[in-house]
Design a protein around this ligand. Structure first.
Ligand SMILES: N[C@@H](CCC[C@H](N)C(=O)O)C(=O)O
Length: 301
């Protein structure tokens, strides 16, 4: 008999997330299930956040992050806020500690409905991002796209927020760029041996920025939390902003906002909302699913 698991369709600023409860099981969501769920308009998602039993003492869960193309990701800021909201609704608790491929993350569900995630420390060393070429200074690397003498995008700040990111500075609304054309070229550029998440960032003031992201393994998404972290850190690192910025995610519904604080202890704190849409049960091997109308009671705040 197929052993199905509970899941919730959620979003973080429009970033489409499936939170899947794999606790008590030793298997993982298969790439085949992820691809099938991504292809169905009802369950179409950017990332699956699969909650597993903790692997190390002191953590509440191991989170397996799966992109919609079936690949695994080390970090997902918007998805982590969704996991916190789901577990807070289940347990009544407000603070959580998770293990991901990026390391240990702590998170807090605030009384005002927002959720903060400590996304850890940024990594700037070229071979840890990783890049395929050595750069002593990764706050502005030689990389451009478009005509050689009039590049459309150039000189990104690059870093790892657990996952690889490149931030290109733009001087107008990121929505006015042809990111669906440039995104795949940059994601798969030979400079990034493990590919990269590509963000366009417009600095409005030392405390405000507007971003839009092409995600590794997911393409054009409505929002990307780790990309907002990398834009916030890169803004401060290059002297464009202070260490706390409000990021307007241009592509998200109603141009939603995240607050990014790069603390003095080097940790990056991302704060923003998460939203439950509906719940159901699915088979993590095939991706077959069914809605559960009764689940609404438990999750609607
Ligand atoms: N949407 C995420 C990022 C998900 C992972 C990314 N696509 C990757 O492969 O690195 C976020 O909110 O951070």
């Amino acid at each position: 008999m197929v052993q199905t698991v509970e899941f919730a369709k959620m979003n973080g600023l429009g970033n489409k997330i499936l939170v899947v409860d794999m606790r008590g099981r030793s298997d993982r969501v298969t790439p085949e299930a992820a691809i099938a769920l991504a292809a169905d308009p009802e369950t179409a998602f950017d990332q699956i956040m699969a909650i597993h039993d903790p692997k190390i003492a002191g953590t509440d869960a191991y989170i397996d992050i799966v992109n919609c193309d079936g690949t695994r990701a080390q970090a997902c800021g918007n998805g982590t806020r969704c996991v916190v909201q789901a577990l807070a609704a289940e347990t009544g608790r407000r603070t959580f500690t998770f293990q991901t491929l990026a390391g240990i993350l702590t998170a807090e569900d605030h009384a005002d409905g927002t959720i903060s995630v400590d996304m850890g420390k940024p990594v700037f060393q070229w071979d840890k991002i990783p890049l395929s070429e050595e750069f002593a200074d990764t706050s502005r690397i030689e990389l451009q796209i478009g005509p050689i003498d009039a590049p459309v995008l150039h000189s990104p700040a690059v870093m790892s927020m657990g996952n690889p990111h490149a931030v290109f500075w733009v001087d107008r609304d990121p929505m006015s760029f042809d990111l669906d054309r440039f995104g795949p070229l940059l994601e798969n550029h030979p400079m990034f041996p493990e590919k990269a998440n590509i963000t366009l960032a417009q600095v409005i003031s030392p405390t405000e920025m507007v971003t839009r992201t092409w995600e590794r393994g997911a393409g054009l998404t409505l929002a990307c939390g780790s990309a907002a972290c990398s834009a916030g850190v890169s803004g401060a690192r290059t002297g464009r902003t202070g260490r706390t910025v409000t990021i307007t995610v241009a592509s998200s519904p109603n141009r939603g906002k995240l607050t990014i604080e790069w603390r003095a202890d080097d940790h990056v704190i991302m704060t923003g909302p998460a939203e439950w849409e509906w719940s159901g049960r699915l088979d993590p091997t095939t991706g077959r699913f069914a809605r559960d109308p009764e689940a609404a009671e438990a999750m609607v705040p």
